[in-house]
Design a protein around this ligand. Structure first.
Ligand code: ADP
Ligand code: MG
Length: 584
């Protein structure tokens, strides 16, 4: 998801309103409290006017002082409460956005993930959502309360002296014109700054994922330059945004000061001619002074929104990536029923429109039960067969069926709950060994776990580990060897009690003894389940019920080992070289 391929979506404020809508009442309450602070503050000049005009009448001023103190205290209390409510609401808006984005992330289609930098997506969920806080409080509420306060102040000013109000508005209008030029620049710079953060996230993800290789290749300096460049680009753009924000703020501030001086001059003249009293001039000047805050609030709201809009646009882009329908709240119970039949009929597939075809009309049939092996040179399209069965991708033409039903007609969760899949290079997630095993079937019974540990020959490992099944493994714990990882992945898949088991070079890293044992286990499973294996060892293949030989995206031949050795030259060659080399 680059910045270059962004097609304009619906306006960003719509997305903001979606996130804010559930909190509209608290937001309104917070806004009203803020507004009340503004209004109580606005009464001060009126009290002051009475005070000043009454000085000449020699009346007591105690009541005015008491009223002013009361107003000031009420003002502070309401203001504090208001800002707490607003901040809290804004945090809830951020929470809502993070929740919806996280859920969406888990539903992303694999095609979308293929074309996305994970680090950039992460930045959108963590860093861009943070900006929604300021957008909610400063922009949305700022615009509302600032705008209303502004109107109220202007009305009061009109009541005090319409002529001086005209003078004030003229100055403000001039400043507004200047701001119209500045504000779009803030948006542009902010977007580029956030994009740079995304680029940095993407680089970080790439480097940390392969830190050993980076170190072993002596590539630290080059990678360091990449990271620094992204950080510096973010800095450069943020500084640019800051420059324009500062210019906007100062333009507003300057306008107010010019308005103050102009009103002082014009008002002085009016006092001299006797059109208004000194008290009126003082009251009006106080209002000009008071105008400062709502105007700054409104200008701040607009400039802040430019930063927020950039983040909103990035969030919006993430939410427009293709996704699967939402999964049910709880994983479906493990299938554990009849074995499934699989068939490909003339399947054509490519990973993207601009990539070459990987399957050029693949057809084969696998009946329920039994062991089917897929062999062929690397790049032949074997792993892709499994990806299509899991419906990580859909064929461009042709049909894949499970139990005779087009996969497209299956509910995704139903389909996937029927399948146990051990990926090529199956990962171990960080967490305990138990969590890893139960990932696909959290309710598996303890004796089922024990049994599977035995059949995958993990029982010895578990006994050796200090905390047994509770030992932390993967990223932050005990590192497992390649062979151990594969056995954990197989155990995880078996615990799902799948109707269809897919093993993609799942025993490639096992030693001969473990491999032989796992072979027996797989043969055992194949008596009650449909098992598809991609294998590169002859030993796994010779006993298979059928072997599908693939080459360059086509099925060359299907048959038993004996049939193929006699009938298919490629198979005979593979069997004679690659496989036989590793066979016992
Ligand atoms: P095999 O498992 O037989 O070695 P694969 O099915 O993994 O072959 O890959 C077949 C072809 O598809 C290869 O040329 C590979 O480069 C390409 N390919 C695999 N996965 C992707 C992907 N996610 N995006 C683009 N091309 C891919
Ligand atoms: Mg493969």
């Amino acid at each position: 998801m680059g910045t270059t391929e962004t097609t304009p979506g619906p306006p960003t404020w719509r997305l903001l309103l979606d996130y804010v809508r559930p909190h509209r009442w608290t937001l309104l309450a917070g806004a009203l409290l803020s507004l009340l602070t503004g209004v109580t503050g606005l009464l001060l000049p009126l009290v002051a006017r009475e005070l000043i005009e009454d000085l000449s009448h020699d009346r007591t001023i105690t009541w005015a002082l008491v009223a002013m103190s009361g107003l000031v205290i009420a003002n502070a209390a309401i203001g504090g409460l208001g800002s707490y409510v607003l901040r809290r609401t804004a945090e809830s808006v951020v929470l809502g956005a993070r929740r919806s984005l996280s859920s969406y992330l888990l539903r992303l289609r694999i095609t979308a993930v293929d074309r996305t930098e994970p680090g950039d997506l992460m930045a959108r969920i963590t860093s861009d959502t943070t900006l929604l806080r300021e957008v909610t409080t400063d922009s949305l509420v700022g615009l509302g309360t600032g705008g209303l306060t502004l109107v109220a102040t202007v009305v009061l000013m009109a009541l005090v002296d319409p002529v001086l109000l005209g003078v004030t508005l003229a100055v403000i209008l001039a400043a507004g014109t200047v701001l119209g030029v500045i504000v779009p620049r803030i948006n542009r710079a902010s977007r580029q700054a956030q994009d740079a953060v995304g680029v940095m996230g993407a680089s970080l993800e790439r480097i940390l994922g392969a830190l050993r290789t980076v170190k072993a290749s002596g590539a630290e300096h080059r990678e360091e330059r990449t990271l620094h460049a992204a950080a510096e680009e973010s800095w450069r753009q943020s500084v640019r945004a800051a420059k324009w924000s500062a210019a906007a703020g100062n333009t507003a501030g300057l306008a107010m000061q010019i308005a103050f001086i102009t009103v002082l001059a014009a008002g002085g003249a009016r006092v001299a001619t006797g059109a208004i009293g000194v008290g009126t001039l003082v009251a009006f000047l106080l209002y000009v002074f008071y105008l400062m805050s709502p105007i700054q609030q409104v200008v701040g709201a607009i400039t802040q929104y430019q930063t927020g809009a950039a983040a909103l646009a990035r969030i919006q882009e993430a939410l427009r990536l293709p996704a699967e329908p939402a999964a049910p709240a709880a994983p479906l119970p493990a299938a554990g029923a009849e074995p499934a039949a699989v068939a490909f009929t003339d399947v054509r597939f490519r990973y993207a429109d601009d990539l070459p075809y990987v399957h050029h009309g693949v057809s084969f049939e696998v009946p329920a039960r039994g062991l089917t092996a897929f062999v062929g040179p690397s790049g032949a399209g074997k792993t892709t067969v499994f990806s299509l069965i899991e419906r990580f991708y859909d064929p461009e033409s042709g049909v894949v069926t499970l139990d005779g039903r087009d996969l497209a007609e299956w509910e995704l969760p139903q389909l996937r709950s029927a399948i146990g899949y051990v990926e090529q290079d199956a990962p171990v997630l960080s967490g305990s060994l138990r969590e890893n095993l139960l990932l696909g079937n959290p309710d598996a019974a303890e004796d089922a776990v024990t049994r599977v540990l035995k059949t995958t020959r993990l029982d010895g490992l578990v006994a050796r580990l200090p905390a047994g099944l509770e030992t932390l493994v993967g990223h932050r714990g005990t590192k497992l060897s390649g062979g151990e990882r594969q056995r954990v992945a197989i155990a995880r898949a078996l615990l799902r009690r799948p109707r269809l088991l897919l093993l993609d070079e799942a025993t490639s890293q096992l030693d001969a003894v473990n491999e032989a044992a796992l072979r027996d286990t797989v043969a055992d499973v194949a008596r009650t389940t449909t098992v598809l294996v991609v294998a590169h060892r002859l030993s796994t293949v010779t006993t298979a019920d059928r072997i599908v030989v693939m080459d360059a995206g086509r099925v060359r031949a299907v048959g038993t080992h004996r049939e193929l050795v006699a009938g298919d030259p490629l198979y005979a060659e593979l069997a004679a070289t690659q496989f036989l080399a590793t066979a016992e």
